[in-house]
Design a binder for this molecule. Structure first.
Ligand SMILES: Nc1ncnc2c1ncn2[C@@H]1O[C@H](COP(=O)(O)OP(=O)(O)OP(=O)(O)O)[C@@H](O)[C@H]1O
Ligand SMILES: [Mg+2]
Length: 498
């Protein structure tokens, strides 16, 4: 060890305190500025934060990216062991540290410009340094998502950044997307953010009711319901009791839109009959509805089209038209959240409804007629698929690329990142990633998450339920977080068959 300085700089982070956190190893070999190898002397885990002293800067934060046990156990020695013979094994545990950096005098995150020293001790990082370097401070605009894994440090994401840069919540089925999205929405509700939630399974209505987080829990969460800030709408109020009916005004819709809602082949061929029926009716009787159009088509021999009439009769039975359709200024109200509960609505109809709603939201927001808002879309692969086109494909692309300018944020939730339109996903610069194992989905993630290391990709495959990687929204680094318990009732609890 001669010639190697082990003196620690006298910084804010006192040596005495550092010692109590424990020395876990010593750097060795070729020592760089962005990554370091170290010989491990204590039990440490991959992902753990460490601090190393830099000769010019002082304490710098790093994160263990790799831990490996190296041995001289050759195949010959292994054979001897198999035969029950005694064999001496010489082994060491080595690791790799990714340097995260330090805060300079202006509070900016920086990485050293010249190398660390070899032989420098590596310590478990102090929480104060972790907080400072990762910028984990509590703020009014912060959404409390959970705690940094293995630490008692709250992780907040900036609500304004989430809204401006769009959000995606990505994970395989059953790994906690809806639960975690519920946590984010609770934080937004607390801050009176205006929201519209497109909810195909009716999982989010439970946000109105208090849940039962354990009072002893280290997350410091109390049960709370947000019924006073939420309105539920549904095209199917018969199934979704308590929801206000979501209705459209038939006469305000174009022939093309009406045909989109009909289960018909070759819709194009019926446009002119329907168009002409609508214009003749409006001249003859003024306001008209779907019943009037059916009657008109039946009574008009020239135009008679049994297929079209039958399709319109089926559409009428879906009861989504009313004399006065739902008003957009009732659906999007400042400081309130509307849940569009689509449970029981057939997929093609869902696509149409979402298209109509999202288009109106975008247009009205552009003209400043409704307040700035965030629109969440569960099962987004159905609304903006990568292959094939659905009614609302175009509007999702438009909102993803232009929404930010007009104060319209997007939250995309999906179990198949690879199946979501890349043009939409690539615009979501705030990401919450839970467990993903499908190789295509992992590839899609790799392309869209900035700063994702190889180690992190491995981590994503193994994340337990309740742990997530957060990236963007004011965080300087992607972080591994234990998601906090819900304040409200969890609407997506797995159903037991026994
Ligand atoms: N942070 C958490 N703490 C406690 N339980 C959780 C947490 N996250 C998820 N769960 C539980 O795990 C189960 C699956 O969660 P969730 O319904 O959110 O998954 P999902 O990814 O939305 O699934 P799907 O793709 O089927 O919609 C639920 O029973 C939920 O209660
Ligand atoms: Mg879900």
């Amino acid at each position: 060890m001669d010639g190697i300085s082990l003196t620690e700089p006298e910084e804010d982070f006192q040596a005495e305190e550092t010692q109590s956190y424990g020395r876990v190893g010593v750097t060795f070999g070729d020592v760089g500025t962005a990554s370091l190898k170290f010989n491990i002397s204590a039990s440490v885990d991959k992902g753990e934060y460490v601090q190393i002293s830099h000769p010019e800067i002082g304490w710098v934060l790093g994160q263990i990216d790799k831990v490996e046990r190296k041995s001289d156990l050759s195949i010959e020695k292994a054979r001897k062991l198999n035969r029950g013979e005694d064999v001496e094994i010489d082994e060491t545990v080595e690791g790799k540290i990714n340097v995260i950096g330090y805060r300079d005098d202006n509070g900016l995150l920086r990485v050293p410009g010249n190398p660390f020293s070899a032989g420098e001790p590596v310590y478990t990082a102090q929480e104060k340094l972790i907080r400072e370097v990762l910028g984990l401070k509590e703020s009014k605009e912060g959404a409390y998502i959970g705690k940094l894994r293995g630490h008692d440090i709250k992780v907040n994401m900036n609500i304004n950044t989430i809204a401006q840069k769009h959000l995606s919540v990505l994970a395989k089925t059953g790994s906690g997307k809806s639960y975690t999205t519920g946590v984010i929405i609770e934080e937004m509700l607390k801050n009176d953010v205006t929201m519209v939630i497109l909810d195909p399974h009716g999982e989010y209505t439970s946000l109105a009711k208090p849940g039962n987080p354990k009072s002893s829990d280290r997350f410091d969460v109390r049960a709370r319901g947000y019924g006073n800030k939420i309105t539920e709408f549904s095209p199917n109020p018969e199934i979704n009791k308590g929801a206000r009916p979501l209705k459209f005004t038939f006469r305000n819709m174009e022939a093309k839109e009406i045909l989109q809602m009909c289960d018909l082949n070759k819709r194009q061929s019926y446009i002119s009959s329907l168009e002409s029926a609508r214009s003749k009716l409006s001249v003859k009787q003024g306001p008209f509805d779907i019943t009037d159009v059916i009657k008109f088509l039946k009574g008009n021999e020239e135009n008679e089209s049994t297929t079209l009439i039958k399709a319109l009769e089926r559409l009428k039975k879906k009861k989504i038209f009313a004399e006065k359709g739902s008003r957009m200024d009732e659906i999007v109200k400042k400081g309130r959240t509307s849940i569009i509960n689509l449970k029981g609505t057939p997929p093609d109809m869902q696509g149409f409804i979402v298209d109509k709603l999202a288009t109106s939201v975008f247009e009205l927001r552009k003209r400043g007629k409704i307040p700035p808002l965030i629109m969440f879309a569960e099962e987004a692969h159905n609304f903006c698929p990568q292959t094939g086109k659905v009614e609302c494909s175009d509007i999702f692309r438009t909102i993803a690329s232009e929404g930010r300018k007009f104060g319209l944020g997007l939250g995309i939730i999906t179990q198949r990142p690879a199946k979501v339109d890349k043009n939409v996903l690539s615009q979501c610069n705030t990401q919450i990633i839970l467990k993903v194992t499908n190789p295509n989905d992992l590839k899609a993630l790799e392309k869209s998450v900035e700063g994702m290391t190889k180690g992190m990709k491995e981590e994503i495959k193994r994340l337990p339920v309740g742990e997530a990687i957060l990236s963007g929204a004011g965080l300087s680094e992607p972080l591994l977080v234990q998601v906090r318990p819900r304040e409200t009732k969890d609407g997506g609890e797995s159903i037991k068959v026994i």
